[in-house]
Design a protein around this ligand. Structure first.
Ligand code: TYD
Length: 211
């Protein structure tokens, strides 16, 4: 019998470095010969790519908060049932850049929809295997650490901001409430994103690649 793969989530606010860490894990996993699938939300499936376009294009304009919630949910329902559940059953370790915890943080806390509506909608449509990943990391940083990193790297904003990135500072200030909730109540593992790429990798490595 094939051993079921692990569903591993890489989560955190924009620009925190989670995608870099996910890529390091995916590379190492493949190098070890583990069947490995990298995915992301929104847009991990072909239908999801179309949903992503609606969600992130500035041309979309304002969406009702509940519409926005259900579009993110539609993207992940399609991804889970169309792709991930099967891959996990086939023994693949699935590494996902973002998960429903983003909706808790962005739409629930940032957009002030509230956790209850987000949780209820997800429980109706997705199984525990999705809602409670085998491993889920949330990368976090203090505001001061973030500013220091930007100064050190000569960070400049470039390109046009997507629809979500166009939200104001208040919105982003509230994201942490959602991520705190996921760490307190939902088993997410908090990982400090401060320091070098290697420093950060060393913090999650023992969970993903135990000796
Ligand atoms: P992402 O693909 O991580 O951004 P990028 O392509 O810029 O690296 O995510 C796109 C944006 O969507 C990001 O600002 C976070 C937001 N988002 C939500 O608001 N709710 C969600 O449920 C998800 C998955 C993402």
């Amino acid at each position: 019998m094939i051993k079921r793969g692990r569903y591993i989530v890489w989560e955190g606010s924009d620009g925190i470095g989670k995608s870099t860490q996910q890529q390091i894990a995916v590379q190492e996993s493949k190098a070890r010969g583990i069947p490995t699938l990298a995915t992301r939300e929104p847009g991990g499936s072909s239908i999801g790519l179309q949903v992503r376009e609606i969600l992130l294009s500035p041309d979309t304009g304002d969406l009702h908060p509940t519409t926005e919630l259900h579009l993110f949910l539609a993207d992940r329902v399609q991804l889970w049932f169309g792709k991930l559940a099967g891959a996990l059953a086939d023994g693949y370790d699935v590494h996902s850049d973002r998960s429903w915890w983003s909706t808790l943080a962005y739409q629930g806390a940032g957009g002030e929809l509230g956790f209850e509506e987000v949780i209820q909608a997800h429980r109706l449509s997705l199984p525990d295997a999705y809602l409670n990943p085998d491993l889920g990391f949330i990368f976090y940083m203090t505001e001061q650490e973030r500013q220091e990193r930007h100064e050190r790297s000569g960070f400049k904003e470039f390109g046009t901001k997507d629809r979500i990135e166009q939200q104001g500072d208040d919105y982003f200030g509230r994201l942490l409430e959602g991520y705190d909730y996921a760490m307190r109540e939902l088993g997410a593992i908090g990982i400090s994103a401060a320091g070098s790429i290697e420093d950060v990798s060393a913090r999650w490595w023992p969970y993903v690649f135990p000796e």
